[in-house]
Design a protein around this ligand. Structure first.
Ligand SMILES: Cc1ncc(COP(=O)(O)O)c(C=O)c1O
Length: 392
């Protein structure tokens, strides 16, 4: 079970746990019943009353306050976007960069982050990819040797989707502050699962979508932009981005000043259904406690690692607690193993290094034992882990 969370009541919120062994929160989290309820209530209001929009807009601000509290940010530092990619592209186009400037990234990090910066090639901006092994993490030392006068940005994931590494953002943040470099972090995999404290991490910009640890259906993203970075200016403009939006809805060519707060990066109407869902999911996460969710998934990770050791299956990512979170990639050939898990009602993901198991707040130690037992059954029938594992 779990000594850390009130797991019985949490599992009540996730009916999917009665149907299958869901070990795929890094892909998408199942919808919690409270989130479904928030969506239903919103739909009923739209259906029966066509609004009222002012009430909905007040709830947007409530969701913003919830996100800010989760990140230890101020609500004025939070903007809503569509997904991680949009947030990262906003950042890439907001940071003042010119011909010859360099962005440092990690080789193999999420392509949606890489493409946002690679697209600046048109401006002569170069992206340099730094290597870090799958079972290691990036720290300040990883990047420091590559920094020169032209380096303006470091951008990376907090937790990687492909090996589950939990990079040391705080040390990279200190390095960036020392060198006057912007730090842009993709927290898609970590937010809602680990404490993400923008002050402790020392980040300039954070971006995430809400359909993983934040438990909301696809189509909503969050963007944190540190207060005071006024030189970061929006590439797109709409009425909602303006400091003085025209009350008569007639555009004023002589007043294009954007808002001072992170709202300068918002344009147009919001994803209102998802924002209702987000307030509900953040209530659930904050009530549970993100530190406890972290402790819970790490404990499940400890148990999984012990089981893998017993079975002789190699873990692709880091083993040290401080360097991992809820994502564990097993060195099992995808072509031979994915169908097996599917046939046994176990939801996992294929990854470049093998089979990815990822935990959510609703998983239990029994879930870990169950997947370990399934692996054992297949191994005992003659299947074997990958060649790399046998050599180890
Ligand atoms: C680290 C990371 N970044 C970004 C994404 C997805 O990007 P987006 O929210 O733009 O779809 C994912 C996975 O879906 C991810 O794991």
């Amino acid at each position: 079970m779990s000594a850390i969370l009130e797991i019985e009541s949490i599992r009540q919120e996730f009916p999917v746990t009665k149907r299958m062994l869901y070990l795929d929160s890094a892909h998408q989290t199942p919808m919690a019943t409270c989130v479904r309820q928030a969506l239903s209530e919103f739909l009923a209001e739209g259906n029966e009353m066509a609004g009222p929009k002012p009430v909905w807009m007040r709830r947007v601000e409530r969701a913003r306050e919830g996100v800010a509290a989760l990140l230890n940010a101020s609500p004025s530092e939070i903007a809503f976007t569509k997904n991680t990619s949009e947030g990262l592209n906003i950042a890439a186009n907001a940071v003042p960069l010119s011909n010859g400037d360099t962005v440092l990234m990690l080789e193999g990090d999420h392509p949606n982050n890489a493409y946002a910066w690679l697209n600046l090639k048109r401006k002569g901006v170069q992206v340099r990819f730094v290597k870090v092994a799958d079972d290691e993490i990036a720290t300040a030392e990883t990047f420091e040797p590559f920094i020169d006068a032209k380096t303006k940005v470091i951008s990376l994931s907090h937790v990687t989707f492909h090996a589950g590494q939990r990079h040391d953002i705080a040390s990279i943040g200190r390095l960036c502050a020392q060198k006057g470099i912007y730090l842009v972090v993709d927290v898609m995999q970590s937010v809602g699962v680990l404490p993400v404290d923008v002050r402790k991490l020392g980040v300039s910009v954070l971006a995430a979508g809400c359909h993983k640890g934040l438990l909301v259906p696809q189509g909503l993203g969050i963007l944190y932009v540190k207060a005071g970075l006024d030189e970061l200016q929006p590439a797109y403009l709409a009425m909602s981005s303006l400091a003085n939006p025209p009350e008569d809805y007639i555009a004023r060519p002589d007043d294009l000043a954007p808002r001072k707060d992170a709202g300068r990066f918002e344009f147009g109407n919001y994803n209102l259904p998802d924002l209702h869902a987000l307030s509900s999911s953040i209530d659930l996460i904050r009530k549970t406690g993100v530190e406890r969710i972290e402790a819970h998934v790490l404990e499940l990770g400890d148990r999984l690692i012990a089981q893998l050791e017993r079975l002789g299956v190699r873990l692709v990512g880091p083993r040290t607690r401080a360097n991992r979170a809820h994502i564990y990639v097993l060195d099992l050939p995808v072509a031979e193993w994915l169908d097996y898990f599917t046939q046994n009602q176990v939801r996992v993901s294929p990854e470049r290094g093998g089979i990815r198991i990822s935990f959510g707040l609703f998983n239990t130690s029994e879930d870990v034992d169950q997947v370990a037992s399934l692996i054992q059954q297949r191994l005992s029938r003659g299947a074997h882990p990958s060649a790399a594992t046998q050599v180890d």
